[in-house]
Ligand binder design. Structure first.
Ligand code: PLP
Length: 393
């Protein structure tokens, strides 16, 4: 049996998304900057997509900038606001948490090497930021606070509403909503954010397309120079087919968001019930009470299991199960995840942490199969996952 439980990594393009994209790779190939009819057709498609996405998150179209994905949106927002606000106000302090996506952390690191001061707001062991630490860290010099909506490894949901009350008029709030966009209701007015990032390939759209929402009036400079596209903020000929694909993905998911939410909630609960029945308190479900139903993270406690992350993933893979670890795979070696370490777990627990992420088409039968594999592996290897790839399940 082959099962895909890695939907937080990426999803398969929806057939209707592909269908919507194809004309813009074939007959409607125009460059949206051209004056002639080919160009005008492309321009109309882009502006319709912008309107749809703006409407979906409570923004106005001119506040949406198309980017090559979530990572670029994050780089654009953090660099653009930090640099412009610094030149306008002299504020140079950037606040975030240790458990953000690497796109946020590495951008912060780069800016901190170039004169900015980057500080971490503390997090709880369930993966939410500590409001007391946020308030304590905000100072006169604070320029930008970056806190993610839904954590991609734990599924934990942060309370974004209310943060802006602690900021003055020249201090800005950015929320990375890549794992929430299209899954959980996002309204930029309710969240009171100045900037927000989203991505297409997590919601059955194509890879390499995303967007930055930047509230009008927010100081921001371009990341890419070279053309007047995206209101001079993102040079480069637009990826029209991908933009149309992203819009179609939103169009499809918008109508089914509530239904999808219910379905994945049931799947997640079924998984949790099953896994706790098998392993009882030898495992820990991560993320606390307020998590996205799309993501389940749990840890085989190292006091009971001799965790070997690579062997664990290989064992799942040879049994046809696509899941992921709370780990980043760099040059073939699995490093313990900065998120799992960031919530206070040690290397052994990080190595025994797994993420299963759902889509509404997953089934209880698939979960039964995963549970049966995990049960066999666990029972035979209670004190060592290391041999699981030798098992012929
Ligand atoms: N932010 C979060 C929370 C993510 O989960 C991801 C992707 O995994 C990104 C940002 C990056 O998005 P993209 O893959 O579109 O660059």
């Amino acid at each position: 049996m082959k099962v895909y439980f890695d939907n937080a990594s990426t999803t398969q393009v929806h057939p209707k998304v592909l269908e919507a994209m194809l004309p813009y790779l074939q007959d409607n190939f125009g460059n949206a900057s051209s004056i002639h009819s080919h160009g005008r057709k492309a321009r109309v498609a882009i502006e319709e997509a912008r309107e749809l996405i703006a409407d979906f998150i409570g923004a106005i179209p001119s506040e949406i900038y198309f980017t090559s994905g979530g990572t670029e949106a994050i780089n654009f927002i953090i660099n653009g606001i930090a640099k412009t606000n610094f030149s306008e106000t002299g504020k140079n302090q950037l606040l975030t948490t240790r458990i953000e996506h690497k796109a946020v952390l590495d951008t912060h690191f780069d800016l901190s090497e170039n004169g900015f001061s980057s500080k971490f707001i503390e997090v709880n062991d369930n993966g939410t930021y500590k409001p007391s630490s946020l308030i304590e860290k905000i100072s006169y010099d604070t320029s930008l606070v970056s806190i993610m909506h839904t954590n991609n490894e734990l599924g934990t949901i942060n309370k974004i509403e209310g943060i802006s009350e602690h900021l003055s008029d020249d201090q800005y709030l950015f929320c990375d909503a890549v794992q929430a966009f299209g899954k959980i209701d996002i309204d930029v007015n309710k969240l009171k954010v100045h900037a927000l990032s989203g991505s297409g390939h997590k919601i059955y759209g194509p890879k390499g397309i995303g967007f930055a929402f930047v509230k009008s009036g927010t100081p921001i400079s371009p990341l890419l120079f070279g053309g007047s596209q995206e209101r001079n903020r993102r040079g480069g000929t637009e990826n029209i087919a991908a933009i149309v694909g992203l819009a179609e993905a939103v169009n499809i998911i918008e109508k089914k968001m509530g239904e999808n939410y219910k379905e994945v909630s049931a799947l997640k609960q079924y998984f949790i019930d099953g896994i706790t029945q098998i392993f009882e308190d030898k495992i820990e479900i991560n993320g606390g009470n307020n998590t996205s139903p799309y993501i389940l993270s749990f840890t085989f406690k190292s006091e009971h299991f001799k965790n070997d992350g690579e062997a664990l993933l290989m064992g799942l893979d040879i049994n046809g199960i696509a899941a992921s670890q709370g780990s980043a795979c760099t040059s073939g070696t699995i490093k313990p995840s900065h998120v799992i370490l960031g919530i206070g777990k040690d290397n052994d627990d990080a190595n025994g942490t797994l993420r299963f992420s759902f889509n509404p088409k997953n089934t209880n039968e698939e979960i039964d199969y995963v549970l049966s594999v995990l049960e066999k592996i666990g029972k035979q290897n209670l004190r060592g996952w290391v041999k699981i790839y030798e098992l012929n399940i």
